[in-house]
Design a protein around this ligand. Structure first.
Ligand code: GLN
Length: 479
């Protein structure tokens, strides 16, 4: 199964040299998924038609035709991204039988580049969570320790890449859902700038925070996928019309005179010592390079979690109003009038965390509390954003830990939502500000659990994140 461990560029090379056929890779991969995923449960749906698609690519190679950028590359997709003709459930009973009649823009772009959609991955229901335990279809396990969570909400996507059950994946990140599971599973995960990637066809959680992004085995693969999914889309008015750089070729440019900021508020008490030590090891490695490292301050950091959970739940409560038993998915069988149909459908269709968030979000938006919570939250959001804007006047890049802790045990926080919410302490502010951020795996704890580092840059400067990430990745390979 060595082939399944390869990165995208290496696999492309093998196709080019005709050393392996796409259909062989897909067959191997499906077999491996059937065997290994019984334990991991990273997938909710496996696309068996992938073999037929791969056979057509075999023929192209046979005829000596050139392959497109992702032709024959099997990619898994988080189950909140619409895939035409393939179930898209958001890991919720309410959408259990929902088959979208259209593709999300990112899926269209992947398909145009020749990618093979290998399956749909498990997640926290409607992307609410940090452990994938909130899936209505059972949790995903961390590939490094089956008693631990893979993080969330894109836990299935990160786990599928980490145990070579996909060559890459797309996840979504509203408060950390790409970066945190990537840190827990030891893979590279990018949350692009808000507006960089179209959200059309992403089932909305909090529309002012959501972004889709790539989860990959290495930095270069991430750059390639980001290039393919990015760019203006007329179907999403919040996508921005700024030219998409050729991220992978920019990676070859030299990285020098960069100023890196280390926010002191991210190295507070309570953060796992091994994580902190590993980050400082990386900073000392970087001192050999042509970079300047300085301490900075983001004074409103500690308001992030409270602000995020007001804004995100407010938006979620509004977005989830559409699931009413009329238009999509599940409808309760026992009701006598319309009101009862709505109530029973939502009562039976949604899990506990979803209900908690709808209640919380409805409360903070209700008249009388709107000003005290929602409006206040929006003002604090601006303060958090201003912190970053001030910091980026002085530095080009900010480095922080991705998570305050190592992957925790399954069940450990399930009944303590506040503890669970704190898992996102280092990631939510990036979403509140709309900035891009990436998790880079930087090694393992003494108990062999992955550790991640977060790299944040100015708006639409993902190439700087990727350059620094590649530099560190290469240095770690050598050291
Ligand atoms: N864990 C965070 C939450 O529960 C973030 C989720 C996400 O980014 N989708 O809201």
């Amino acid at each position: 199964m060595e082939i399944l461990k390869l990165g995208i560029f290496q696999l492309k090379e093998l196709y080019k040299k005709k050393e392996v056929k796409p259909s062989e890779v897909v067959s191997l991969l499906l077999e491996e998924i059937y065997n290994k995923d019984k334990e991991i449960h990273s997938y909710l749906y496996i696309n068996e038609k992938a073999v037929d698609q791969a056979k057509k690519i075999d023929e192209k190679i046979e005829k000596g035709e050139d392959l497109k950028e992702l032709e024959g590359i099997p990619i898994s997709i988080k189950d909140n991204i619409c895939t035409k003709g393939i179930p898209t459930t958001c890991a919720s009973k309410i959408l259990e039988n929902f088959i979208p009649p259209y593709d999300a823009t990112v899926i269209e772009r992947l398909k145009n580049a020749g990618a093979i959609i290998i399956g749909k991955t498990n997640m926290d229901e409607f992307a609410f969570g940090s452990s994938t335990e909130n899936s209505a279809f059972g949790p995903t396990k961390n590939p490094y320790d089956l008693n631990r969570v893979p993080g969330g909400s894109s836990g299935g996507s990160a786990a599928s890449v980490a145990c070579n059950l996909a060559f890459a994946s797309l996840g979504s990140d509203t408060g950390g859902s790409i970066r945190q599971p990537s840190a827990f599973c030891g893979v590279v995960g990018m949350k692009p700038t808000y507006g960089r990637v179209s959200r059309y066809g992403l089932i909305a959680f909090a529309s002012s925070l959501d972004q889709i992004g790539p989860i990959t085995k290495n930095v270069k693969d991430n750059a390639l996928l980001l290039k393919i999914i990015s760019g203006k889309d007329k179907m999403d008015s919040t996508s921005v019309d700024i030219q998409v750089p050729d991220y992978e070729s920019l990676l070859n440019e030299e990285f020098k005179n960069f100023k890196i900021g280390i926010p002191k508020e991210y190295f507070i008490e309570g953060i796992d010592k091994e994580i902190k030590d590993k980050i400082f090891d990386i900073l000392s490695l970087l001192e050999e390079e042509k970079v300047i490292i300085e301490e900075i301050s983001l004074p409103h950091t500690s308001y992030g979690i409270a602000t995020y959970y007001i804004i995100a739940t407010a938006e979620a409560s509004s977005n989830l109003a559409r699931f009413d038993g009329v238009k999509y998915g599940y409808r309760s069988k026992n009701y006598e009038n319309l009101m009862e149909m709505y109530m029973k459908t939502r009562g039976e269709g949604f899990g506990d965390e979803v209900k908690r968030r709808i209640i919380l979000g409805t409360y903070v938006l209700s008249s009388g509390y709107y000003q005290a919570y929602y409006l206040k939250g929006q003002k604090v959001r601006t303060l958090i954003k201003n912190d970053f804007e001030n910091a980026f006047k002085k530095v080009d890049i900010i480095i922080t830990p991705t998570t305050p802790e190592l992957p925790f045990k399954i069940g450990e926080k399930k009944d303590e939502p506040l503890k669970m919410y704190l898992s996102d302490i280092f990631t939510v502010n990036v979403n509140l500000s709309g900035l891009p951020g990436l998790n880079l795996p930087i090694g393992f704890s003494s108990s062999n659990l992955p550790i991640g580092l977060q790299i944040i840059s100015w708006y639409f400067k993902e190439e700087n994140i990727l350059k620094l990430a590649l530099l560190i990745e290469n240095k770690l390979k050598r050291s």
